[in-house]
Ligand binder design. Structure first.
Ligand code: COA
Ligand code: MG
Length: 308
């Protein structure tokens, strides 16, 4: 690789200064369900996604849009991220949704059925033209065959100057519908797709959340899917029912032991005798600076969660 190519590659590395957030559990809340919207603000999930898309029928879209505006107007809960899922910008409702969402200045706007980088850039330009608050990020759903094959280019828009993309969400129900894959016996047939989405997110320094588990009365199956999702590398899970929150928080959160270990690693590298060292030993185990970075990220995530 020559010097010019090398410099180009380095300038495209993910931004290591990106804010760290706890995103163990993100609950969809249909924006036409007043009771659920009121309840959502009292729950222990890390994020709520007020939904104008799949959960809302065509006739209810305008009133659901107004309900979100009123909900934000009454004061959003401070202890959770508040996200609005709009309809696709190519749909009859998408642009009106986006204008309302920009006005609410949520933590993020979730764009469904993203298939190319141009979809992200179009939303970004519209938000910039509306003078949308800088803290309002974009999240993107990867849930179509084309979105899947273009996932890396989509994720990379998060590294562009003033790029708002922060997080990818897998839409497993739509993926199954669009591809014909049968998920009745579990997700083994789509594991490679899920890993590809996680890889694309990581290459661009983004967070990535797993799809929903439809059978919300099957808590054992749900717990198992959360634990596997955590092992695969997802940051958290999207949820459809309040009964799913605690399990996601436990599966994707850090244990007391992991937090204690992270604290010990940070303390060890802070000792004068270890300053500048690339590798140390703790209790007979090799600990490198990459472990220090992991420990710092874990602690930052739990700090975000508890609002300390
Ligand atoms: N967010 C907030 N509160 C919710 C909720 C949600 N997603 N789902 C249910 N609740 C509340 C109900 O309002 C009810 O509250 P209450 O005790 O104060 O009356 C309580 O939780 C128990 O609800 P339950 O009776 O068990 O469920 P339901 O039959 O009312 O609703 C669903 C079941 C699946 C229709 C509902 O959970 C739902 O709409 N989920 C989200 C669907 C969605 O957004 N899909 C699109 C993205 S995949
Ligand atoms: Mg969908």
């Amino acid at each position: 690789m020559n010097q010019l190519q090398d410099a180009t590659a380095l300038s495209h590395r993910p931004d290591a200064t990106r804010a760290v957030h706890s995103r163990r559990s993100a609950l969809y809340v249909p924006a036409n369900n007043h009771r659920a919207m009121q309840k959502a603000a009292t729950l222990a999930c890390d994020a709520i996604i007020l939904d104008l898309e799949d959960a809302i029928g065509p006739d209810d879209k305008p009133s659901a849009r107004m309900a979100i505006k009123d909900w934000f107007g009454a004061g959003r809960p401070p202890h959770m991220a508040c996200i609005i899922r709009v309809n696709a910008l190519s749909s009859p409702w998408g642009m009106d949704d986006l204008v309302m969402a920009a006005d609410c200045a949520p933590d993020a706007i979730l764009l469904p059925k993203i298939e190319t980088p141009s979809h992200i850039r179009a939303a970004q330009k519209a938000l910039d033209d509306l003078n949308t608050a800088a803290h309002t990020r974009l999240w993107a759903m990867i849930e179509t065959p084309r979105g899947l094959v273009n996932c890396q280019q989509i994720a990379d828009t998060g590294m562009e100057t003033d790029g708002r993309l922060d997080c990818l969400i897998v839409g497993t129900n739509d993926l199954a519908k669009e591809t014909g894959v049968d998920l009745a016996e579990g997700r083994h047939l789509i594991t490679s797709w899920l890993m590809q989405i996680i890889l694309s997110a990581r290459a661009a320094g983004l967070d990535v959340l797993d799809g929903v588990y439809n059978n919300f009365r099957d808590l054992d199956g749900y717990r198992s899917e959360c634990e596997i999702g955590r092992s695969m590398g997802f940051d958290g899970k999207t949820l459809i029912h309040p009964s799913q929150i605690d399990t996601a928080n436990a599966a994707f959160g850090a244990t007391v032991e992991a937090l204690a270990e992270a604290t010990a690693i940070v303390a060890a590298f802070a000792l004068p005798q270890n300053s500048g060292k690339g590798v140390i030993q703790m209790d007979g185990k090799m600990v490198e600076r990459l472990h220090l970075e992991q420990a710092e990220k874990l602690l930052a995530k739990s700090k975000d969660r508890y609002g300390l």
